[in-house]
Design a protein around this ligand. Structure first.
Ligand SMILES: Cc1cc2nc3c(=O)[nH]c(=O)nc-3n(C[C@H](O)[C@H](O)[C@H](O)COP(=O)(O)OP(=O)(O)OC[C@H]3O[C@@H](n4cnc5c(N)ncnc54)[C@H](O)[C@@H]3O)c2cc1C
Length: 448
C-alpha cells in the first residue's frame, strides 16, 4: 500500500485534559496535520486543588511553544500574598519519637506558584481553534483500520462517529483507549489502589483556617508524616484559600456498589490522637467537611503505550499516585515528545515510526515515576523497608527522587528521539529506493 497522502494526516486526540490540550496546542501549528480533540465533558469543572508544576513541566511547556508556557504563567497564582516571599514544602515527622522534627525543605523558592486545573485548561483552550475541539464527545468504541485507506473509526456515546488516521488517547485514569490497546482482560488495563489509599480534603478560606490551625501552616506547604496517613496543606489563590488534606493508607472500602470512588468511611480524628498536636488540629478541620474524599488510583505498568497508529499518553498511559506531584509534569513531557515527533510525520507509515519511537523514549521514565510515587506513599507512612521512620534516610530518598523527577533533560531526550525517528525513516526510504532501483535494473533482464 502506498502510504503517502496528499491530504493532511488526521489525528484524533481523545480527552481534553492537560495532556490532550497541551499536545493539541502544539499540533494545530503543524500544517501537515488535521487535529481534533474529542472531550467527554461538556465543560471543565474546578476540582479545587492547585497543581504545582516543577522545572521539568515548565521546560516541556516551553518546548511545545512559548505561548503554552505563557498560558500557564498567565493563570498561575502565587501561593502567598507576597511575590518575594520564600516558600518551601516542609516535610515534618508527625508521629513517634521524632514528632515535630523538620525532615526536609523541598523546592524552597521565592514566589512559588500553583495553578488550578480548570484555569490552566482554560488558558490552553484559548490556543486551540474552536473548530478543532468538540465537547460532550465520550469515546465508547474504536474500530481499527477499516476500508481501503485503513482509517480508524471512533464511536462516541452520543451516536456520532469520526474516521481518522491516528488516535492519541489522553483520556485519563479510566482510559478507553488504554483498555482497547491492552485488552479489557489485561491485568494492567484498569487502575488499582494497591495500598487502599483514601484522600480526604477540605478547601477553606485562610482566615477560617487560622482560627483552627497554627498560622505558619497556612502560608507554607507542610507535609506531616505518620504511619496511618500523611497530612498536607497548600495555600492557594495568593494565600486567600487553603487546601488541607490527609491521605490515609489501608482504608477498607465501605460496602456499596463497589464502583463509586466516593464511598469512604468518615474521617475520625479520634484515630490520630498519637499524632503531633499540629497535625491533629489539621485533621480535625478536614473531618468537619465531609464533602471531598476519593480513592487514590494508579496504573500497573502497561507493556506498551503504542500499537500501530494508536497510542496513549498522560494519565491514560501512566497514572501515578499524587504524592510526588509530578503526574501533570509527565503528561506535559509526553506531549512535548509527541509534538516534536509529529514534526517528522509526512505519511501514514511515519505515524507508526513516530509512535513506536515515543513508546521507547517515554515508557521507562514514566513508569519509574509511577513506581516512585508509590514509594513516596510508603515512605510517608514509614512503611518502606530499609527506610522506616529514619529521618536521614527519608531526607535522602526525597532528595534523590526529586532530582530524578524534576531535573530531567527534557529537550535532550526529545532531540535524541527525533534523531532516532529520522534515522529509521531514512533507512526505510533507502531500502524502498534500493528496491525500486533493483526493480528498474531487473526489467531489461526479464525482457531477455
Ligand atoms: C489531588 C491531586 C493532586 C495533584 N497534584 C499534582 C501536582 O501538584 N503536580 C502534578 O504535576 N500533577 C499533580 N497531579 C496529577 C495531575 O492532576 C494529572 O497527572 C494530570 O491532570 C493528568 O492529565 P491528563 O490530561 O493525562 O488526564 P486528565 O486530567 O484526567 O484528563 C483526561 C480527560 O479525558 C476526558 N475523558 C475521559 N474519558 C473520556 C472518553 N471516553 N472520551 C473522551 N474524553 C474522555 C476527561 O473528561 C478529561 O478531561 C495531582 C493529581 C491529584 C488527583
Amino acid at each position: 500500500m502506498d502510504t503517502s497522502t496528499s491530504r493532511p494526516i488526521s489525528v484524533a486526540i481523545v480527552g481534553g485534559g492537560i495532556a490532550g490540550l497541551s499536545l493539541a496546542a502544539g499540533l494545530v501549528k503543524q500544517r501537515h496535520l488535521n487535529v481534533h480533540v474529542y472531550e467527554a465533558a461538556s465543560a471543565y469543572e474546578d476540582v479545587g486543588a492547585g497543581l504545582a508544576l516543577h522545572r521539568n513541566a515548565l521546560e516541556a511547556m516551553a518546548l511545545i511553544g512559548p505561548e503554552v508556557r505563557q498560558a500557564y504563567i498567565n493563570k498561575a497564582l502565587s501561593l502567598t500574598s507576597e511575590e518575594e516571599e520564600m516558600i518551601a514544602t516542609n516535610v515534618y515527622m508527625a508521629h513517634g519519637p521524632h514528632a515535630g522534627t523538620l525532615v526536609a525543605e523541598l523546592g524552597k523558592a521565592k514566589g512559588r506558584k500553583s495553578v488550578s486545573r480548570a484555569d490552566l485548561l482554560e488558558g490552553l483552550l484559548a490556543l486551540i481553534p474552536k473548530d478543532c475541539i468538540s465537547f460532550g464527545k465520550r469515546l465508547c468504541k474504536i474500530r481499527p483500520y477499516s476500508g481501503e485507506a485503513r482509517r480508524i473509526c471512533l464511536k462516541f456515546s452520543d451516536g456520532s462517529a469520526a474516521t481518522v488516521d491516528c488516535v492519541l488517547g489522553a483520556d485519563g485514569v479510566h482510559s478507553r483507549v488504554r483498555t482497547y490497546l491492552l485488552g479489557a482482560d489485561h491485568p494492567a488495563a484498569a487502575p488499582k489502589n494497591h495500598d487502599r489509599w483514601q484522600i480526604y480534603r477540605t478547601l477553606v478560606s485562610s482566615d477560617f483556617a487560622r482560627q483552627r490551625i497554627a498560622e505558619e501552616y497556612t502560608r507554607t506547604v507542610p507535609i506531616m508524616l505518620g504511619p496511618r496517613g500523611h497530612v498536607n496543606c497548600i495555600p492557594l489563590n495568593k494565600g486567600k484559600r487553603l487546601s488541607a488534606g490527609i491521605a490515609i493508607r489501608g482504608v477498607a472500602p465501605v460496602p456499596g456498589d463497589g464502583d463509586d470512588d466516593n464511598q469512604a468511611p468518615p474521617l475520625d480524628p479520634a484515630e490520630y490522637t498519637d499524632y503531633h498536636p499540629a497535625a491533629q488540629n489539621i485533621i480535625s478541620m478536614i473531618a468537619d467537611d465531609p464533602s471531598a474524599s476519593w480513592r487514590a488510583l494508579d496504573h500497573d505498568p502497561a507493556p506498551y503505550y503504542t500499537r500501530g497508529r494508536i497510542s496513549i499518553f498522560g494519565d491514560a498511559a501512566h497514572t501515578a499516585l499524587p504524592f510526588a506531584g509530578n503526574g501533570a509534569g509527565q503528561a506535559l513531557e509526553d506531549a512535548a515528545m509527541l509534538n516534536r515527533l509529529f514534526q517528522g510525520v509526512r505519511k501514514l507509515d511515519d505515524i507508526n515510526i513516530a509512535l513506536a519511537t515515543y513508546n521507547c523514549a517515554r515508557i521507562e521514565r514514566t513508569q519509574k515515576v509511577v513506581e516512585l510515587s508509590r514509594k513516596f506513599g510508603r515512605v510517608y507512612a514509614f512503611a518502606e523497608p530499609g527506610i522506616g521512620d529514619d529521618v536521614d534516610k527519608i531526607r535522602a530518598f526525597l532528595d534523590e527522587a526529586g532530582e530524578f523527577m524534576n531535573m530531567y533533560d527534557v529537550k535532550g531526550d526529545i532531540e535524541r528521539a527525533f534523531v532516532t525517528l529520522s534515522a529509521i525513516k531514512l533507512e526505510r526510504d533507502t531500502k524502498t529506493e534500493g528496491l525500486a532501483d533493483a526493480n528498474s535494473l531487473k526489467k531489461p533482464d526479464s525482457q531477455d
